[in-house]
Design a protein around this ligand. Sequence first.
Ligand SMILES: Nc1ncnc2c1ncn2[C@@H]1O[C@H](COP(=O)(O)OP(=O)(O)OP(=O)(O)O)[C@@H](O)[C@H]1O
Ligand SMILES: [Mg+2]
Length: 362
Amino acid sequence: MTELIDKKIQQDEEPPTNRDPMQVIQVGLDDGYAYTKVALPNGKLMAVPSRARMGEAGVTWIREEEQRIFEYKTDGTVYSVGAVDGEPTQFDEYPGSGLNRVIVQHALQQAGLTGRSVHMVTGLPVSAFYSNDGKRRDKAIKRKRENLKLTVDPVPPHSASQQWPVKASIAFHDVIPEALAAWYDHVIILQDDGVTLDADRLNAPIAIIDIGGRTTDYVVVQDQGIVHGSSGSLNCGMLNVKIRVANQIQTKFDINELGEQSIAKAVETNSLRLHGKAHDVSAMVKDAKRELVERLYAETRRKLGLGAELDRVLFVGGGSAALASDIADWFPNQTIADHAAFANARGMLKYLQFVCDDTATQ
Ligand SMILES: Nc1ncnc2c1ncn2[C@@H]1O[C@H](COP(=O)(O)OP(=O)(O)OP(=O)(O)O)[C@@H](O)[C@H]1O
Ligand SMILES: [Mg+2]
């Protein structure tokens, strides 16, 4: 079995700070189907919705600070990213697509990395990374790795007074399974005076459950190896709540042209505005969440049983935060990670900083 961490972390190794603008910056970037999350070496965490569509925005911003849609060009096609009704990202080819590329570039721009050279680790859902027998899906991994290295240029602003954005160039890019990233986050501990491996956590059997937008990922790690029989992905997550509520709204209010942003807001606030009037949709949201929680519970028991042999069950992903009260008593030894939506992005950054060798050429 190959150990998941083979590079020895020195007790006194200082986390890099990357303050010099000419210096390469290391980034953990979890480009999920719902949100693209970024972790930077200075501890900053930020996220943008994974929301974009093909075509120009068709909007001229009068005041630069009010710009909410940004245009990017890649492979000859212009995309609009930001406050647009996004094309669904929930298709299997998303990780190798132009849509994915422009959303990632936008996240880097929003993280303040304009013009910077970036070394980056991203992820794929466990079942996209490994086949059922535990073999790496090298073709899919390579496709994702190469895809994000293709050029994406921010389209110059229409007004000359606006700052000209410069692309962030991805000089190094590696891909790891999404929920496994949260394991690296769990075992690699950053302290004021350096970084260390938590020896107890390193060898204890643990299950990580990553409840995301489109997928829920399971990874069981024991003796620094992945237990493939209990690991994998379920095509089910928080976006199912949105789809279900959208269908119910359509039936109840007899409308079909409602935009994706309005649905997202209705789910978030339990209220839908139509013709200037607010409608309470909390019962629909509650129903949709209950249905999702039931599916997740059944799959979790199927994969992990009662988890008696696991030291810990760690919940990560935005869905774990959103459903915290619904999943509170699934296992006696469970925890929800701090800022759960960012656990993978933090782990991807730690993997890049302390485990993989980003000085090697790919
Ligand atoms: N702190 C939070 N509180 C409540 N809900 C949250 C929080 N953070 C994220 N969410 C919700 O959780 C959902 C899943 O977010 P997450 O970022 O984990 O998905 P994703 O990683 O993009 O999806 P996938 O893993 O399937 O690719 C989103 O719909 C988001 O609205
Ligand atoms: Mg995710």
